[in-house]
Design a protein around this ligand. Structure first.
Ligand code: GLC
Length: 476
C-alpha cells in the first residue's frame, strides 16, 4: 500500500511533544510491513535546515498559488533514506526557513495551510499517488481538504485519514481567511466554517474518510463537551476510531539506553536500584533512606495535573517519600515547586528544564511515576515509565485509562494505581495505596514493576491496527 503521512513535527528532526515521537515511530513501523511504501512530509524548518547532521538532496521546485499569493515550493528528501520510507521536507524560506519558531507565529494558519497544500503539490510532482493520505492534527488538516477539493481527478481513489492528537488546538482563523488565503471552491466554505469563523480541524473532521485519535477512551470522551473543546457535536457525526499509541522500544529501552549508568532488564532488575542510588546522588536527595522516589517528567501546565500536585504537596511531604519533578512550563507552578524543593532539601528535587537524558535517568531511577492529567489523548510517559519498571499513578482518563489498568492486590492483575475524578484528595489516595504496597508488600511491589516492564508497548500492535483500518478504507 502507498501511504503518505503529513505532520508538523517528527523526531529526530523536530519535536515539541508526543506528536514528534509518534511521527518518528509510526511511519517507520508501517514501512516494515511487506508491500508498503511510506513517505512522510515535514516543513523544512530553520532548525532542520541548519542541522549539519541532517543531510538532504534536492528533488524539485515550482511555484504554487495560495489564493492570490504565488509561493515557492522546494522539495528536499532525506539522503540516508530507507527504501520503503522516504522523508520529504517542504522548503519555503518565508514560512519556515527564516524563522526560529515551530509554532506560535501570528500567521500559523497561513503557514500550515501553505504546507498542507504544498504536500499535495509535491505528491503530484513526484507522482506518488497514495492509497492513504494520513494527516495529523490541525497543522496538516488542510491536506485532507486540498486532496479532495483540488486533486480529486488526479487521485480519485486516495482515502484520507485525519488523526487528532490534541483537540485543543484547532487552527482557528477569521472568515476572510477562506477567500484571502485558502482559495478553495465555494463548496468547502461550509465544512470550514464554525461558530462564525474558520476552523481547519473541523473541516478535516467533516471531509476525511475517517477520523482517528490516539486511544479508545479518548475517542469516546471526544463526544462530550468537557473534552472536545467545542467540537463534540461535529465529532459525534464523524466516523471516529481510537488506536492507542505505542513507544519506540528501540529508543526507550533500559537495556540499551545510553543515558543510564546501569542498563537493566525485567530479568535483571538489580540495575534499576543502582540507577536509583545514582539518581539520588545526581539530584542531591538523601541516600540513607528506603523511601520510594515519586517522579514526574512533564510540561508544567494545569492541564497535566500540576495543580493537583501543588495542592497536596504539604500533605505528601508528611509521607516517607522523595519527589523528583523535571520540566518547564507555567511560572506559577515553577515557583510553587521550587519553593517546595527549598523547604524540603534532600527530599524534593525540581529541575526546571527539558532534558531527555535526565528524563531517562528519572524513568529508570524512580519507583513511581505520576500522571494526574485532566485529560490525556494517549500519553507516552506512562508507557515509558512502565517499560523502565516504574509503576504509574494516573488519572483514569483517555489513554491513561486504557494503558494503566488498576492494580488489584488480590488477583495481582493490573499495572498501576488510578483515581477516577479530577480531585486532589483522590490523587493522594492513589499515591497512598501505592506507597502502602511499596512499604508493606515489597515482593509484590517488585513483581508488579517487573510485570509492567514485560508488557509489549511496541508500535507493532498499533501499526497493525492502522493497516487494518487502511485496508478497510481502501476496499470501501
Ligand atoms: C499529544 C497528546 C498526548 C499523545 C501525543 C501523541 O501530545 O497530548 O496524549 O500521547 O499527542 O499522540
Amino acid at each position: 500500500m502507498k501511504i503518505a503521512m503529513v505532520a508538523s513535527e517528527a523526531a529526530p528532526f523536530v519535536k515539541t511533544g508526543g506528536l514528534g515521537d509518534v511521527m518518528q515511530a509510526l511511519p517507520a513501523e508501517l514501512a516494515k510491513i511487506k508491500g508498503n511504501e511510506v513517505c512522510l512530509f515535514l516543513p523544512y524548518y530553520k532548525r532542520i535546515k541548519q542541522n549539519p547532521k541532517i543531510e538532504v538532496e534536492y528533488v524539485n521546485s515550482f511555484s504554487m498559488e495560495l489564493s492570490w499569493r504565488e509561493s515557492y515550493v522546494g522539495i528536499f528528501r532525506l539522503k540516508t533514506r530507507k527504501k520503503k520510507l522516504q522523508i520529504y521536507f517542504i522548503d519555503n524560506e518565508y514560512y519556515f526557513g527564516a524563522r526560529d519558531t515551530i509554532y506560535g507565529d501570528f500567521d500559523d494558519g497561513e503557514r500550515f495551510a501553505y504546507f498542507s497544500k504544498a504536500v499535495m503539490a509535491a505528491l503530484y510532482s513526484i507522482d506518488f499517488k497514495p492509497d492513504i493520505l494520513h494527516c495529523h492534527d490541525w497543522q496538516a488538516a488542510m491536506g485532507v481538504i486540498y486532496c479532495r477539493a483540488l486533486y480529486g481527478s488526479w487521485c480519485p481513489y486516495t482515502k484520507t485519514v485525519f488523526t487528532i492528537h490534541n483537540v485543543e488546538y484547532q487552527g482557528w482563523a477569521e472568515t476572510a481567511f477562506f477567500d484571502n488565503t485558502l482559495g478553495l471552491p465555494e463548496a468547502y466554505r461550509g465544512h470550514l466554517t464554525f461558530d462564525g469563523a474558520i476552523n481547519m480541524m473541523k473541516g478535516a473532521i467533516e471531509v476525511a474518510d475517517i477520523v482517528t485519535t490516539v486511544s479508545k477512551t479518548y475517542a469516546s470522551e471526544l463526544h462530550y463537551p468537557y473534552y472536545a473543546h467545542r467540537l463534540d457535536g461535529v465529532l459525534r457525526k464523524a466516523w471516529l476510531w481510537g488506536i492507542t499509541n505505542g513507544i519506540d522500544t528501540t529508543v526507550f529501552n533500559p537495556e540499551t539506553d545510553p543515558a543510564l549508568k546501569f542498563n537493566y532488564s525485567a530479568k535483571k532488575m538489580a540495575g534499576k536500584w543502582d540507577n536509583k542510588r545514582e539518581l539520588r546522588k545526581e539530584l542531591g536527595l538523601r541516600t540513607d533512606t528506603d523511601a520510594p522516589i515519586l517522579a514526574m517528567v512533564s510540561r508544567l501546565a494545569g492541564h497535566k495535573g500540576i495543580d493537583l500536585l501543588c495542592y497536596i504537596s504539604n500533605r505528601l511531604m508528611q509521607r516517607e517519600i522523595q519527589l523528583v519533578i523535571v520540566g518547564t512550563g507555567e511560572k506559577q507552578y515553577e515557583y510553587a515547586l521550587s519553593a517546595l524543593a527549598r523547604q524540603n532539601p534532600g527530599r524534593v528535587a525540581v529541575c526546571l528544564k527539558f532534558d531527555p537524558a535526565l528524563a531517562s535517568r528519572v524513568y529508570a531511577g524512580a519507583d513511581m511515576y505520576m500522571m494526574p492529567s485532566k485529560s490525556e489523548p494517549c500519553g507516552l510517559s506512562q508507557l515509558i515509565a512502565m517499560h523502565y519498571g516504574t509503576v504509574p499513578i494516573v488519572a483514569s482518563t483517555g489513554g491513561l485509562r486504557d494503558t494503566v489498568l488498576p492494580y488489584n492486590s488480590t488477583t495481582k492483575e493490573g499495572r498501576g494505581f488510578t483515581f477516577q475524578s479530577y480531585n486532589a484528595d483522590d490523587f493522594l489516595g492513589a499515591i497512598d495505596r501505592a506507597v502502602n504496597l511499596y512499604y508493606n508488600g515489597r515482593d509484590e511491589w517488585n513483581s508488579l514493576a517487573q510485570h509492567d516492564m514485560e508488557i509489549d508497548f511496541s508500535w507493532a500492535v498499533p501499526a497493525a491496527e492502522y493497516m487494518q483500518l487502511y485496508t478497510e478504507l481502501r476496499n470501501k
